[in-house]
Design a protein around this ligand. Structure first.
Ligand code: ADP
Length: 262
């Protein structure tokens, strides 16, 4: 196990030194641009060693001696959780760095969203079921949009994942999709309602700020790092839409997204 862990850290050290040596060769005039590029480069360069780490841990877990040793299995399980956490954080930082530098683009296409939403709901059912949370989905009709499908999927995933994360056992999470308005002015409405811990009124606007977490100790326990909703807000803004939350402490929250259909 120690040999394996040593190898993993060697790979990370190698990636960081490779990244630093690359940095010194890039002449950039503007300090802000350099800072943004630093984050984007760092995020990018750190992703590869993390996926190597994950697959190395997977390989170690399959070793016969480790399979039979509860202590080693536990250590490797913890390592895997932390590496996954770091990979998520780096992914989010990369998205935000790209949005800052203007290199994150909205790629619009025509598609029907209900089936995609259904797939996302199904992918989250196991984590809802683990908390005995009922996950309900209702769409009033097919939803034809001209938008960035991948980003809308990411937006929905962030909202549903949070709703499940911040709802105690035996709760309820409901997703509803609809449209409203005239043909020229049609808006797509995505509503995610939960029966979770709720958000104090003074925090309802701040949750969309980067790194903002209402209850830092609880959010940390849940594995959050306060970037999901700022990414959600960027996606909505990039589609000329709005997002807001209404909430009652200890009763639940409802996130409402409005995006022009075209
Ligand atoms: P995190 O990774 O911490 O979940 P987010 O940006 O997604 O980051 O959310 C910011 C904060 O907003 C969370 O830490 C949490 O305090 C609060 N929050 C988000 N969604 C909900 C929800 N459905 N119910 C209660 N609180 C929420």
């Amino acid at each position: 196990v120690l040999g394996g862990i040593g190898l993993l850290f060697f790979i990370v050290a190698l990636a960081i030194s490779h990244f630093l040596s690359k940095r010194t060769m890039i002449p950039i005039a503007n300090a802000f641009a350099r800072q943004r590029e630093f984050v984007a480069d760092a995020s990018h360069e750190l992703r590869t060693p993390l996926s190597v780490l994950l697959s190395s841990i997977d390989t170690l877990e399959m070793e016969e001696t480790i399979e039979e040793d509860p202590f080693s299995r536990n250590v490797l399980g913890n390592m895997k959780d932390e590496v996954k956490r770091m990979a998520n954080l780096i992914g989010d930082l990369l998205t935000l760095a790209r949005s800052d530098s203007g290199t994150l683009e909205v790629r619009r296409d025509s598609f029907e969203f209900r089936t995609h939403a259904d797939t996302i709901v199904k992918s989250l059912e196991p984590i809802a079921a683990a908390k005995n949370i009922s996950l309900q989905f209702h769409a009033f009709s097919d939803i034809h949009l001209y938008a960035d499908l991948e980003k809308l999927k990411q937006l929905l995933y962030i909202l549903l994942d949070n709703a499940i994360k911040y709802t105690p056992n035996n709760g309820l999470v409901q997703l509803s999709l609809s449209t409203e308005g005239t043909e020229q002015n049609k808006m797509f409405i995505m509503q995610v309602r939960d029966t979770g811990v709720g958000i104090p009124p003074e925090d309802c606007d701040k949750v969309f700020d980067r790194f903002y977490r209402v209850d830092k100790s609880r959010a940390r326990q849940m594995g959050g790092h306060g970037l999901g909703l700022s990414i959600a807000k960027w996606i909505v803004d990039a589609h000329q839409g709005t997002i807001h939350v209404t909430s009652k402490l200890n009763e639940g929250s409802t996130f409402i997204v409005r995006i022009p259909v075209k």
